[in-house]
Every structure is written in structure tokens, then in C-alpha cells.
Design a protein around this ligand. Structure first.
Ligand SMILES: [Zn+2]
Length: 302
């Protein structure tokens, strides 16, 4: 009997080690009548919403946790907790909606807003940090996430900017140049060389020779080629999820094969190598090997 209890204890500690319960009150049922903590969370969210609408100071941020069950997704959870999905995503360190996992714990706050991790920023944090001043955060909080302490700056009541939303939903690449003029679109066009109609796999962005070319998203350098008859010096990056980008006609390549680059890393300089009529960047986005129109993935304002 004692041995059996010991075995059970050993077994349950293993389960706990695999899935650390966060040190926050656990909401177990998402029904007001059954769970007092859920009721409390809903009341606090409502009070926060009223305070934000009136411009009143907000109550202290309270955290709860909830174990994700099968059938939950980020958007259904956001709707049940009456909290924007970006609040849940940034609090929990999700870079995509697919990060929600059945059986994992979700941290649930008592107020809407954006959480920014500057300690160990991910790609989304770096994007968000571009227009959020950490000194203007409503609160700096330290919390336990996945069993580890993390410090976050909390911007109460804020939502994703359109760019962050697009990035989070997986439709965004950053603009590959500091600035550039679109001189040739994606799709069928007349070749400037042959005068015949041909398919253009990417877009052409005119910019002076030597202009920095940025990685459009975090990724790995999977091809570096010099002197290609068509694309001249070019670099191809793999971003995961089936996405790749190509940067052609470079005057100089500043990245090496198999290296990891971050979104915004300079990978080369604009040039006019290969089949080109003047300095420009030929930029392609491929999904599962097929070229896509980069314009639909890029921010509308550079
Ligand atoms: Zn081109």
C-alpha cells in the first residue's frame, strides 16, 4: 500500500514537472455560475473597460491561469475571457495563433493591453518595441511563465498596430529596403530585354547602388550565389512555414550560407548585377516553392 502511494506520488510529480502550474489562481470552468474566479476575472475586465473609457486610473493588474482544453483556440479563448487576443498572445509569449496548445496553461489578465518582453525579446517583441517607449509603460511586472520568471512592460488598453496584427497572423514581411520605389510589379510584364511578355516572379524596387538590403523576416540563409546570368548576385532565405525570400541583383553580399539572420539584418547592398537595366532590388516571396505577390505581404506604409 505504501509502495503504491509512493508510486502515485512519483508519477504525479513527473506530470507536474512536465507542466508546471503557474502560481496564479486557476480558473477551471468558463461559466459564471460554476466558477467564482471566472466571475471575478470577468468583473475586473468590465471595470477596466469602464475605467479606460473614462480615462480613470486602472486597478492593479491581476493574473489568473487556465488550462487549455481541446477545442480552445486563441480567438475563442479571447472571446470567453473578454480580452483581446493580442493581450493573451503577448502575455503568454505567443508569436502566432498556432502557439496555443491543449493541456498547456494560459495566463489570463484582468485588463486588456499589450505586454512587451524586453529581457529576451522575440521577433514580435522587437517589432512592438519599434513604436512603444518602455518608460511609458503603465506597469512593469515580473511573472512566472512556463516555470520561468520573466519581466514584461504592460501597456494598458493598447491594441496591436495593423503591422503587428499582420505579422502575428503570419502575413507580414518587413520592407527589404530603407525606402525604394516600385518600378515593376509581380505578374505578366513585357521584358525590357526581349520585348516579349514574361512572368515576373517578384517585384523590382529601385534604389541607389549600395543601399542596404534587409532580411524581410527572421530566417536562415539557404542560398548565396554570385554571377547568376539572370539575378546576378543573390541571396535566398528560408523563414519556415514554407516561406522563402529572394534578393537579386546585389552589388555586394553581406551574409554567409547557413547563417541565421534576424528580420532587418543587412544581408547585402543594392546593385545592378545580372540581367538588370539599372540599380534595383529584385525581391521575391515564395510559399511552398510558388512565387507570391510580395506586395500583399508587405506593410502598406514603409
Ligand atoms: Zn525583378
Amino acid at each position: 500500500m505504501i509502495r503504491w502511494t509512493g508510486f502515485l506520488f512519483w508519477f504525479s510529480s513527473l506530470a507536474l514537472a512536465a507542466q508546471t502550474t503557474p502560481p496564479y489562481p486557476e480558473i477551471r470552468a468558463l461559466t459564471l455560475a460554476k466558477d467564482g474566479l471566472f466571475r471575478q476575472q470577468q468583473e475586473l475586465v468590465e471595470l477596466a473597460g469602464q475605467a479606460i473609457a473614462r480615462g480613470d486610473p486602472l486597478h492593479e493588474l491581476t493574473l489568473f491561469c487556465y488550462r487549455i482544453t481541446s477545442g480552445d483556440d486563441l480567438f475563442s479563448l479571447a472571446s470567453r475571457f473578454n480580452i483581446p487576443y493580442e493581450t493573451l498572445a503577448t502575455l503568454n509569449g505567443y508569436n502566432t495563433a498556432e502557439a496555443v496548445q491543449t493541456g498547456a496553461y494560459l495566463l489570463v489578465p484582468s485588463q486588456p493591453g499589450i505586454f512587451l518582453n524586453l529581457d529576451s525579446p522575440g521577433e514580435l517583441d522587437r517589432l512592438m518595441a519599434g513604436w512603444r517607449d518602455p518608460t511609458k509603460a503603465s506597469q512593469n511586472i515580473r511573472l512566472q511563465r512556463n516555470g520561468k520568471p520573466v519581466s514584461l512592460s504592460f501597456f494598458s488598453g493598447e491594441r496591436f498596430h495593423p503591422l503587428e496584427r499582420a505579422f502575428f497572423l503570419g502575413i507580414l514581411f518587413r520592407f527589404p529596403l530603407p525606402s525604394g520605389k516600385l518600378t515593376s510589379s509581380f505578374g505578366m510584364r513585357l521584358s525590357p530585354f526581349t520585348g516579349h511578355s514574361q512572368f515576373h516572379n517578384g517585384i523590382d524596387l529601385a534604389a541607389p547602388t549600395g543601399t542596404d538590403v534587409y532580411a524581410a523576416r527572421d530566417g536562415n540563409v539557404v542560398e548565396v550565389k554570385k554571377g547568376d546570368p539572370l539575378l546576378g548576385n543573390f541571396v535566398r532565405l528560408d523563414h519556415g512555414d514554407g516561406y522563402q525570400t529572394v534578393y537579386g541583383h546585389l552589388s555586394r553580399i553581406d551574409s554567409s550560407l547557413n547563417s541565421h539572420v534576424l528580420s532587418g539584418t543587412i544581408i547585402g547592398k543594392v546593385g545592378s548585377t545580372g540581367m538588370s537595366t539599372g540599380p534595383h532590388l529584385h525581391f521575391e516571396i515564395r510559399r511552398k516553392g510558388h512565387p507570391e505577390d510580395p506586395v500583399s505581404f508587405l506593410p502598406t506604409k514603409q
